[in-house]
Design a protein around this ligand. Structure first.
Ligand SMILES: [Zn+2]
Length: 313
């Protein structure tokens, strides 16, 4: 990180020269940095035309194992606002903020959300060992749309603090967005509630769906823990396959940010077919099937519902 600090200083020195010859913009957008793509989308929805949002961890990438570059530090240094998840999700952020000498505001999007512990999430499934300790909070709170509503409120409040004249816009954008989120929340709840509860069991790669499971009444088992850092090779695959048979699990999914090989091996050995892909910690690229938070939650809800409905036929 010290090296990053030096490189940032060098890059900024060059930038001061470059900036001084550019004309000033009449309506400069507020530079917002979100730590990962899901938060970046929320910030865009709330900020609209008044903000320029950059996602540190891009679509399809894994925020658990992110490695910042000097260019990331420069982007951060120029920002007026950082939006982070909290609950220990961005273990790399404090060091990066220090290296970049970032002095702007920070919003913790999950502030006010009641956390599930990693132990709660892992209780649903099969998970061995965790270097972060089991009492830590499960960070994946956005997988419950009711929590997503809290995130949006926090982002709108943060933007209002920073830009008073834009506040009516942020409040109006936030309210309209929350209405769409609440409609989707009801839609997913209703669709899954129509499936007999004993059939509502799925397996996916890593324990990112504890909040989804709790909100929408699905049992979701994952061989990897709440973080993706654990090597799949260290897992007890035979035990997991036994568990799938004992629990009579109906559907199996790969994830957008996790290595699919383990799930594919489990599919071969159990005869369960992968029912598709779930989006856990990142959106798809623009134009993809899950390129916004709303599209992602709808995709996950529909994919799980369709797999479980098919298992009953
Ligand atoms: Zn995760």
């Amino acid at each position: 990180m010290k090296l990053i600090g030096v490189l940032v200083a060098a890059l900024l020195a060059g930038e001061i020269l470059a900036v001084s010859i550019k004309p000033a913009h009449a309506a400069e957008k507020i530079a917002v940095v979100a730590t990962f793509s899901i938060l970046a989308d929320m910030a865009k929805q709330v900020g609209g035309e008044r903000v320029a949002v950059h996602s540190m961890v891009g679509p399809g990438s894994d925020a658990h194992v992110f490695q910042a570059t000097p260019a990331d530090a420069v982007t951060l240094r120029r920002a007026a606002l950082v939006v982070e998840n909290g609950f220990g999700f961005e273990g790399w952020l404090d060091r990066l903020i220090e290296a970049a000498d970032y002095k702007g505001q920070r919003i913790v999007a999950s502030e006010g959300v009641a956390p599930l512990s990693q132990a709660d999430t892992d209780d649903h499934g099969h998970h061995q060992g965790d270097k972060h300790g089991l009492r830590a909070a499960d960070p994946h709170a956005w997988q419950n749309i009711a929590n997503g509503v809290h995130y949006v409120d926090n982002i709108a409040r943060g933007l209002c603090n920073l830009d008073k004249s834009g506040c009516p816009t942020y409040k109006a954008n936030g309210a309209a967005y929350i209405e769409r989120l609440q409609a989707l929340d009801r839609e997913i709840k209703g669709r899954l509630a129509a499936i007999p509860s004993e059939r509502r069991k799925v397996i996916t790669s890593h324990s990112a769906f504890g909040y989804f499971a709790e909100r929408y009444g699905v049992e979701i088992i994952a061989p990897e823990g709440v973080s993706t850092e654990q090597e799949a090779a260290a897992l007890d695959v035979a035990g997991l396959i036994r568990q799938i048979r004992e629990h009579d699990i109906k559907a199996l999914f790969v994830e957008n940010i996790s290595d699919p090989r383990l799930i594919e091996q489990i599919a071969r050995e159990t005869g369960l077919k992968p029912a598709g892909r779930l989006y856990s910690d990142a959106l798809s690229k623009a134009g993809g099937e899950a390129d916004s938070y709303i599209a992602m939650m709808r995709h996950n809800g529909v994919a799980i519902a369709e797999a479980l409905e098919a298992a009953g036929r």
